[in-house]
Design a protein around this ligand. Structure first.
Ligand SMILES: Cc1cc2nc3c(=O)[nH]c(=O)nc-3n(C[C@H](O)[C@H](O)[C@H](O)COP(=O)(O)OP(=O)(O)OC[C@H]3O[C@@H](n4cnc5c(N)ncnc54)[C@H](O)[C@@H]3O)c2cc1C
Length: 208
């Protein structure tokens, strides 16, 4: 089956629905093709292994959705580790194109750090710029299914751009929305906790 571009506004689909001959769950991009930055590198690696195993230039096949990914991810990691061409460690992948997690970490670092240095009381211009930055993300963020959920979340919870404390807390809560979705521990959104993580470092000086 060839992957064709999805009509504008059509929800993102996974391989199970659009590519029934491929293992279910791989997230496809808006063009209907597997999307590197919408998936984990482990799943992407499995896709390469599978393609090699098939011995043909068929459409790549593999793995997962946001929910229920654990079993698939475990299988994927196992298969991927047999590939000699796939760097296995995080260090070895430092200069590789980002997967969903690497892009997420970098983006959260940028956003939380920007919030940590945002003016205590922002001017009208700074508020407009910050609102514009945040509301642009859902339309531009390349992990499209992440972006869709984030877009809905910020419509339901509009950004507080008035100043540092409000913005940092708002952002922490949005990040916690994603943490909850992924089954991760929630982060404490108190002012001191956020300043310690994203600006000042801990009192013991371990980050000085
Ligand atoms: C807008 C956006 C939407 C995303 N949506 C999805 C998605 O739908 N599905 C998906 O699989 N991935 C998504 N991601 C990526 C995901 O959030 C993580 O970045 C990724 O899973 C890597 O997680 P991590 O455990 O390394 O730490 P991250 O979640 O990236 O966090 C990095 C660091 O931030 C700190 N931190 C954690 N939580 C908070 C918080 N609430 N406030 C302040 N600091 C905090 C911690 O010190 C942590 O180590 C999204 C990322 C972004 C930026």
């Amino acid at each position: 089956m060839t992957a064709e571009a999805l009509p504008a506004g059509q929800p993102l689909r996974t391989t199970k629905e659009t590519h029934p001959n491929l293992p279910p769950g791989l997230v496809l991009g808006p063009d209907g093709k597997p999307c590197k930055v919408c998936n984990s590198w482990q799943d992407w690696a499995k896709m390469k292994v599978k393609k090699k195993d098939d011995g043909a230039g068929t459409a790549p096949s593999t793995s997962k959705t946001a929910a229920g990914a654990t079993a698939a991810a475990a299988a994927v990691a196992l298969t991927a580790s047999t590939s000699t061409s796939t760097p296995a460690s995080a260090d070895a992948r430092a200069n590789c194109p980002p997967d969903t997690a690497a892009l997420g970490r970098a983006t959260w670092t940028f956003l939380h750090t920007t919030a940590a240095y945002y003016p205590l009381t922002a001017s009208k211009t700074q508020q407009t710029q910050m609102r514009s930055l945040l509301t642009s993300l859902p339309g531009l963020y390349p992990c499209t299914w992440c972006a869709d959920d984030f877009g809905k979340d910020i419509v339901a919870n509009p950004p507080d751009v008035t100043g540092r404390a409000g913005l940092s807390k708002w952002l922490c809560e949005r990040h916690n929305e994603v943490n909850r979705k992924l089954g991760k521990t929630e982060f404490g959104c108190g002012e001191k906790n956020l300043a310690e993580r994203w600006k000042d470092g801990p009192a013991d000086g371990s980050c000085d």
